[in-house]
Design a protein around this ligand. Structure first.
Ligand SMILES: Nc1nc2c(ncn2[C@@H]2O[C@H](COP(=O)(O)OP(=O)(O)OP(=O)(O)O)[C@@H](O)[C@H]2O)c(=O)[nH]1
Ligand SMILES: [Mg+2]
Ligand SMILES: [Zn+2]
Length: 330
């Protein structure tokens, strides 16, 4: 297959993992149960969905994984101060969100940060546009204000052929894509539309609050008819931003970083410093105060995610005291 790193018959890709049980696919699209060779079980880095591995077939159809091949990309998020790997070798991340109850531009900003950090390319997918069509234009404008060139596509399962065409524009035979987003936004529905068959089960959202029911419980990689690989994943509850993402945060906020270059002081915190271009942009309506607040919150998280809990407490206290000082000075 086109995204395989070599054409060795011993190369396979992880398409499913549960504890120490794996499923792998070969370039000829045959699927095998797999386990890790003894010395791999002790390795620092364990194979993950999307990873390419090499090994050997035994017992006719089982596969013993002996080597993890180098990764091109690694998508991670922070969960309880720990980086949690989502998938390897992903080239395209579909940030999926419904236009009604699940809509949040702050959440998209978070996702963008973790995608930029992974080496993959983001695409924003606004789903369920049939539910509240009168919201569509407003939602698109809100997204455009934070997307900075990231493509935004809109889908509805009521016109599956249109949805398929929209998504297929980003699914080449060399693509490995993943759906991320909250439960119930329609990730598995879109996967089924692309595959033109019912590969994954889907379930209606709750009546009261439109929350999903966590129907998909494990990540799984599928090859689509056009040769692209697509990973369906369970709904994510909270999107934490993993460590080492200061640069990715800046990349998700190009408006603020370019304004910041015009601030008088190059260590400007964009608070009450004279000659602050960021505050000036907020004052004249060019930048929203919410956008600066989101940026600050993400930077703080990035900083926290590399600290232990005692360091976090210390940093929080320092920040509180610092804020009080600012107030007093005024
Ligand atoms: N009206 C409408 N309903 C949709 C659309 N897409 C999905 N749904 C419905 O929304 C519900 C949830 O869809 P799923 O595809 O299971 O959502 P999911 O994102 O995979 O959810 P998890 O697996 O829990 O993360 C199902 O009842 C779908 O039929 C859409 O475009 N319009
Ligand atoms: Mg699902
Ligand atoms: Zn400034």
């Amino acid at each position: 297959m086109l995204n395989f790193p070599n054409d060795s018959l011993n190369t396979a890709q992880i398409i499913f993992q549960s504890h120490d049980q794996y499923q792998v696919i070969f370039a000829d699209r045959s699927v095998h149960q797999a386990t890790l060779a003894g010395r791999m079980q002790l390795a620092d880095t364990l194979p993950l969905i999307g990873d390419f591995v090499s090994g050997q077939v035994y017992d006719q159809d089982k596969f013993l994984i002996t080597t993890l091949l180098p990764r091109q990309t690694l998508l991670t998020r922070a969960s309880n101060q720990q980086d949690q790997a989502i998938a390897a070798n992903v080239t395209t991340v579909f940030i999926t969100m419904s236009l009604n109850a699940d809509f949040s531009t702050s959440r998209v900003e978070r996702y963008l940060t973790l995608v930029w950090d992974s080496g993959a390319t983001p695409v924003i997918v606004l789903t369920k546009t049939d539910l509240e069509p009168e919201l569509l234009v407003q939602r698109q404008l809100e997204l455009e204000a934070i997307a900075f060139g990231v493509p935004i596509i809109t889908t509805t399962s009521t016109t599956p052929l249109v949805a398929r065409e929209q998504l297929n524009a980003y699914l080449q035979p060399t693509t490995t894509a993943v759906f991320v987003g909250s439960s119930g936004v329609g990730k598995s529905t879109l996967l089924n539309i692309l595959a033109a068959q019912q590969l994954q089960s889907t379930k209606a959202v709750r009546g009261g609050d439109d929350k999903g029911r966590h129907t998909t419980t494990a990540r799984q990689l599928f090859y689509l008819p056009n040769g692209a690989a697509l990973i369906d994943s369970p709904g994510i509850r909270g999107v934490g931003v993993a460590s080492s993402t200061t640069t990715a945060t800046a990349q998700s906020f190009p408006d603020i970083t370019s304004l910041a270059q015009q601030c008088r002081f190059n260590d400007c915190q964009h608070e009450q410093e004279p000659g602050c271009a960021v505050q000036a942009a907020i004052a004249n309506g060019e930048l929203s105060a919410q956008r600066l607040a989101d940026y600050r919150r993400l930077l703080r998280e990035t900083e926290y995610s590399t600290m232990n809990s005692r360091q976090i407490t210390a940093a929080k206290i320092k920040r509180m005291v610092g804020n009080k000082k600012n107030l007093r000075r005024r």
